[in-house]
Design a binder for this molecule. Structure first.
Ligand code: SF4
Length: 279
């Protein structure tokens, strides 16, 4: 069976950077905490916890502790609260997420209402919203547009959660255009997302079976799976080779493999080894 690994497989720049920062910080002699998952991958979190980085769901007393801010960033109030509690903060926010923070802050200061296209429960979206003085609109799809409220806006700016699907964002943008007099659109999908999404539109058409490796808690992995599944019914998402069922490959000559932005190399290598041994 021919195995075709996506060129964009593996960690994205922001995840690599966050893990590097976390590992460097782990050398410190103080207790280290991360609020939530620093990246969305269970195996990475386990590895970091072995290095002494403890995942916490809320901040406690921070005296002599270090807090690592995850790749998706955090709300302004999290930084303020951590400082008050005495934490020393190491910020591993991806620079591309920081860029979105800067856009929304600047645009709010110049009198624009902020519209975020994304999932309101996702840490990155909460982090973007948490930079603002006023509550932004968070829209996940065309059906969830709050038309009556949106029509009252004179000046607005759209930004996109970095891992959203561009088609969804464009659809929402088109629907909002006639409703808002002055509407600016910033395509804030990150470079990795753009390349991964472009590649996953071809891979399923060129292969009989597609394997997407990555955590089900990772929004970008789930989106790759959705795109691939819509193009090739024989698309499967797995965390590791242990979840692969050999019957998926019956009669297949080519298998394409792609991964989320937070999938470690070891997981990719184990899946590739497993596939090579399949008869
Ligand atoms: S997916 Fe994009 S925005 Fe998110 S961490 Fe990776 S490079 Fe940064």
């Amino acid at each position: 069976m021919e195995i075709n690994l996506a060129k964009t497989a593996g960690f994205c720049f922001g995840v690599k950077r966050a893990i590097k920062i976390a590992l460097e910080t782990a050398k410190k002699d103080t207790p280290i905490e991360m609020l939530g998952d620093i990246v969305h991958n269970e195996n990475v979190i386990k590895q970091l916890s072995k290095k002494g980085i403890q995942k916490v769901s809320e901040l406690s007393t921070g005296k002599e502790k270090t807090l690592i801010i995850r790749a998706h960033g955090a709300e302004r109030k999290t930084f303020e609260q951590a400082k008050k509690l005495g934490y020393s903060i190491v910020d591993a926010t991806c620079p591309m997420v920081t860029e979105i923070h800067n856009i929304v802050k600047e645009m709010e200061n110049s009198g624009h209402k902020i519209i975020i296209i994304g999932d309101k429960n996702h840490a990155e979206v909460k982090g973007i919203a948490g930079q603002l003085s006023e509550k932004p609109f968070i829209i996940s799809n065309r059906d969830s547009i709050p038309y009556q409220e949106v029509e009252k806006i004179k000046k607005a700016v759209i930004v996109i959660q970095s891992t959203q699907m561009i088609e969804n964002a464009e659809e929402i943008h088109e629907a909002l255009k006639p409703l808002i007099d002055e509407l600016k659109f910033f395509n804030t999908l990150c470079k990795t997302t753009k390349s991964k999404q472009a590649e996953i539109k071809m891979l399923p058409l060129e292969n009989d079976v597609i394997i997407i490796i990555g955590s089900r808690t990772s929004a970008n992995t789930n989106r790759l799976y959705q795109i691939s599944k819509s193009l090739n019914e024989k698309t499967y998402q797995v965390m590791s080779e242990k979840e692969i069922d050999p019957s998926w490959f019956k009669g297949a000559q080519k298998v394409g493999v792609s991964t989320g932005a937070s999938t470690p190399d070891e997981a990719i290598e184990s899946v590739l080894e497993y596939l090579k041994k399949l008869k």
